[in-house]
Design a protein around this ligand. Structure first.
Ligand code: 5FU
Length: 252
């Protein structure tokens, strides 16, 4: 039968990276394994969402390049203040996918200056081990498997991607729809309680499913929260659902 999973306390004990430790501490303190994905397109909506869901999440995931009125002082400065106020981390879902030198420029330059504010970022590992060296001041969540229909992240790809991710000191975990080695934190998007897909290739599972079958650590919820009539209430619902699913997955 299915073996019981490692608890957050156990993972905290063995975690090597400061960002892993911070995430696990925040999860235990807030009794939440929820990351809200803020896929909104204005600074106002981003900050409104952060204020509403902040108390219930361990991290807010951004796609900062979809903010149409981005200005560092108007967007990032207040976002960082909300992250401090509500004790959540900032996860920039940039999915870097280039050579190391270019990724370094994308990470440190341009208008977004991700290096200055993100606690952790997502990156493909398609550029090889050294392409991840530039992310030394943050944690990296490696894209191992994608949630969308027909994704090319086959088992053969995932196996090779995992070798890079598991051996790189900047990597704290991975995004996947499959179980990962226990030393890595597993982040699972494609979570929704109401829908099974979005008609654009996205595929959804429930929190119960991803904790039981994948032993995931953190669920990522976008439209289930930010498109809800009441995002704070939706965040509480996903927080409770995720936490109960985690507790259930600890039992044999
Ligand atoms: F790596 C991945 C993936 O495999 N699937 C995803 O859905 C990332 N995502 C992100 O999670 C995606 O870019 C969205 O920002 C979010 C899911 O949003 P949804 O509204 O819950 O579908």
């Amino acid at each position: 039968e299915e073996k019981t999973r490692a608890s957050y306390e156990q993972k905290h004990h063995t975690a090597q990276h400061s960002v892993s430790k911070k995430l696990l501490e925040t999860a235990l303190a807030k009794q939440s394994n929820l990351i809200a994905s803020a896929d909104v397109t204005t600074t106002r909506e981003l900050l409104d969402l952060a204020e509403k869901v902040g108390p219930h999440v361990i991290a807010l995931k951004t796609h900062i390049d979809i903010i149409s009125d981005f200005e560092y002082e108007k967007t990032i400065t207040p976002l960082k203040a909300l992250a401090a106020k509500h004790n959540f981390l900032l996860m920039e879902d940039r999915k870097f996918a280039d050579i190391g030198n270019t990724q370094e420029l994308q990470f440190t330059s341009g208008v977004f200056k991700i290096t200055d504010w993100a606690d952790f970022v997502t990156s493909q590992v398609i550029g090889g081990f050294e392409s991840l060296d530039c992310f030394k001041n943050v944690g990296v969540v490696a894209i191992i498997g994608m949630s969308s229909k027909g994704a090319l992240t086959t088992s053969a790809y995932r196996e090779e991607a995992l070798k890079i991710a598991a051996s790189h000191p900047n990597v704290i975990g991975g995004v996947s729809q499959n179980q990962l080695p226990e030393e890595m934190l597993l982040f699972t998007p494609g979570v929704n309680l109401a829908d099974s897909g979005d008609g654009k290739g996205q595929q959804y599972n429930t929190p119960e499913h991803v904790f039981k079958t994948l032993h995931t650590d953190f669920i990522i919820v976008g439209r289930g929260i930010y498109q809800s009539e009441d995002p704070a209430e939706a965040a509480i619902l996903y927080k409770h659902s995720g936490w109960n699913a985690y507790l259930n997955s600890l039992e044999k």
